[in-house]
Design a protein around this ligand. Structure first.
Ligand SMILES: Nc1ncnc2c1ncn2[C@@H]1O[C@H](COP(=O)(O)OP(=O)(O)OP(=O)(O)O)[C@@H](O)[C@H]1O
Ligand SMILES: [Mg+2]
Length: 262
């Protein structure tokens, strides 16, 4: 049975895609079988892997064509050691098609239950919205990770998210757990970052991952080159942080410790 992890946040630009891509890569490097699915119409996951052209089959068909097998919609990368389903919901028309055809919040969950059994981890990159795609991602997941930047509005937006999350959890997916809040793009030379992170650890304790993702030039460089920071430079602070996050998740949930990332 795979563990399905979704990256979600109310706010945009907080590091969801970067974290989804790098956590998936960290698990793949550790020998786990990983499927990464882009549930965001922006389609940023494919850009993170340097793929610029249009995607013929992807998330659109995953949600709207139950008879097309998952294997026909995904791409496999020997280099990155994982499979992906890229988002091809690029147009308003495609988004409308999803809204019109995907009537059930558990459409993705059903597909993954039928066809995702070969994976150890399924990682979902969700959009910063509350529409059909985000709801399908949250309904399909076992664990949600909430990336957060230590900025003044972050705590307010986190509180709003958590109250909406509770409603969603009761209604659609009582099984879903918050794996943790992940501090991203952290710069310890910035006083606000230090203050807000302290406040979060003091009030939420281990609901905040011990692993902090620092702001780093290698993450920016890797993303410009269409690579995960782990593929770009495995010894960089960004790569090390994401590998540490993978280990923290494995430890927290007792997931296959015999295969733990070294
Ligand atoms: N640790 C980091 N250090 C430096 N830059 C980072 C880091 N993490 C993310 N970024 C950069 O910040 C920007 C936003 O990150 P990302 O796209 O992952 O956020 P997102 O939450 O997925 O955004 P959206 O809500 O638009 O989908 C990107 O340009 C990314 O390269
Ligand atoms: Mg994104």
């Amino acid at each position: 049975m795979p563990t399905t992890i979704v990256f979600s946040s109310e706010k945009g630009g907080v590091g969801k895609t970067t974290s989804a891509v790098n956590l998936a890569t960290a698990f793949a490097v550790g020998g786990y079988r990983v499927l990464l699915i882009d549930m965001d119409p922006q389609g940023s996951v494919r850009f993170s892997f340097g793929i610029k052209g249009p995607i013929a089959k992807g998330t659109l068909q995953l949600l709207t064509e139950p008879k097309t097998p998952l294997t026909a919609l995904m791409q496999s990368s020997a280099e990155h050691g994982m499979d992906y389903v890229f988002s091809n919901i690029d147009t308003i028309a495609a988004e409308r098609l999803v809204d019109a055809q995907v009537q059930r919040p558990d459409t993705l969950k059903g597909r993954l239950a039928r066809e995702g059994g070969a994976y150890d981890f399924i990682i979902l990159d969700a959009p910063a919205s509350t529409g059909t795609l985000a709801l399908n991602a949250l309904t399909a997941a076992d664990l949600v990770i909430l990336p957060l930047q230590c900025e003044s509005l972050a705590i307010k937006s986190l509180k709003r998210f958590l109250s909406a999350f509770k409603e969603m959890q009761v209604k659609y997916n009582p099984h879903l757990r918050v794996a943790g809040i992940l501090l991203t793009m952290y710069d310890r030379s910035i006083e606000v970052h230090r203050r807000i992170s302290r406040q979060l650890y003091d009030t939420l304790y281990d609901a905040v991952f011990a692993t902090i993702i620092p702001k780093s030039k290698e993450v920016t460089e890797a993303s410009a080159l269409g690579q995960s920071v782990i593929s770009y430079n495995i010894n960089s602070v960004g790569a090390t942080a994401y590998i540490r996050l993978a280990k923290e998740i494995l430890d927290r949930y007792g997931l296959r410790p015999e295969l733990a990332v070294s």
